[in-house]
Ligand binder design. Structure first.
Ligand SMILES: O=C(CO)COP(=O)(O)O
Length: 246
């Protein structure tokens, strides 16, 4: 059985003042049965880690090498040093904005795992790919290409985020989510054996307090990667509660 994880991705949102939301979340009566993660912008990592209490802190990207002449980039070791224990890799916004391929994501995941971070590896189809019946082949190809051979249930989380559902308010049907998550579970069990049964599979894309419970009831959905609704402690707290109750 995979552990349950509620993960928040603040993306490029937030300055010091927004840490009051993290503080408010940390002050809630949070369930022990759910792992909770917030990934703020890199500029807030150290400050977030200092006040997060039992909430884990993660980066939103890292470089594939440990150090060197890579202006503007951040290494996995630097994330660790700032207090992160997770890092999101291969988010569709990075695949699109920065041309990241699954090969790039895999190299970053190897670096992250070597540095002791847990990699949250994102995959997902575009609307065009869904409408042309390519969803399963696309996500299976991204999964195979992005996950390193050293993947275990302790060092890797997979997040299925349909690109067309991100920030749009559009959500796949529960059947569509279930179809993809079942295929992903099969694929990780095929490749990693028993460990594949324990790799958390998150759904991401317009998860809100109002739809969280039904999404968490879908088989093989072990949690969520939440964008907009993770910015407010009240909303993210409600999503965490829905996951704990699932
Ligand atoms: O991209 C996402 C999380 O990584 C999802 O974003 P939204 O929850 O805002 O749709």
């Amino acid at each position: 059985m995979a552990r349950k994880l509620a993960a928040g991705n603040w993306k490029m949102n937030g300055t010091g003042g927004n840490l009051t939301e993290l503080q408010a979340l940390a002050g809630q009566d949070l369930p022990n049965s759910v792992d909770i993660l917030i990934c703020p912008p890199a500029t807030l990592l150290s400050r977030a880690a200092a006040l997060a209490g039992g909430i884990a802190i993660g980066g939103q990207d890292c470089h594939a090498v440990a150090s060197g002449a890579h202006t503007g980039d951040i290494s996995a070791d630097m994330l660790r040093d700032a207090g992160a224990t997770y890092v999101i890799l291969g988010h569709s916004e990075r695949r699109t904005d920065h041309g990241e391929t699954s090969e790039t994501v895999r190299a970053k995941a190897e670096a992250a795992i070597a540095a002791g971070l847990c990699a949250v590896i994102c995959i997902g189809e575009t609307l065009e790919e869904r409408e042309t019946g390519q969803t399963l082949s696309v996500v299976e190809r991204q999964l195979a290409g992005s996950l390193p051979d050293v993947t275990t249930a302790a060092n890797t989380v997979v997040a299925y985020e349909p690109v067309w559902a991100i920030g749009t308010g559009k959500v796949p049907t529960l059947e569509q989510i279930g179809e993809v998550h079942t295929a992903l579970r099969r694929a990780v069990e095929h490749r990693f054996g028993a460990a594949g049964s324990d790799i958390p599979l998150l759904y991401g894309g317009s998860v809100k307090p109002s739809n969280a419970a039904e999404i968490f009831a879908v088989p093989n959905v072990d949690g969520a990667l939440v964008g907009g609704a993770s910015l407010k402690a009240a909303d993210f707290g409600a999503i965490i509660a829905a996951l704990a109750a699932s």
